[in-house]
Design a protein around this ligand. Sequence first.
Ligand SMILES: Cc1cc2nc3c(=O)[nH]c(=O)nc-3n(C[C@H](O)[C@H](O)[C@H](O)COP(=O)(O)O)c2cc1C
Length: 130
Amino acid sequence: MSIAVRYYSRSGNTKAVAEAIADAAGVAAVSVDQDGASITETADVLFIGGALYAYGIDSHLKEYLKGLDGSKVKKAVVFSTSWISKHSIDLIKKGLKEKGIDVEDEAFYVKSKPDEAQLKAAADFARKYM
Ligand SMILES: Cc1cc2nc3c(=O)[nH]c(=O)nc-3n(C[C@H](O)[C@H](O)[C@H](O)COP(=O)(O)O)c2cc1C
């Protein structure tokens, strides 16, 4: 099974969740602005995450979603962190669906900085889709 993990994180909270998921999958967590972030080979599952900033997602993540080749992603699973609102999850799901990608209803969310138990929960959550 081919798994990819992509994220955008300004201060490291979402990155920590991405890394916990990537470790569970045995792949690298790749920031969407990094070289090699494009999905060029078909991914059975794309775990994709970002946070909320002033009611929106970061422009790097927005652009990444716009540029995704939907035919290369069989299913996407969303994760997010934010201070209060889970709107980032809706925005990421919307961007994926606009690309025709099948998106898992359930998403993984942490309020701000994840602790060890939440990182373990992220890995357990992700294993359900591997
Ligand atoms: C400039 C800025 C704006 C933010 N706006 C929101 C917001 O509108 N709603 C919210 O719930 N959290 C908001 N947050 C909190 C972040 O979503 C939260 O700290 C998140 O975990 C940051 O993730 P990151 O470390 O991966 O960048 C904001 C944080 C910053 C720095």
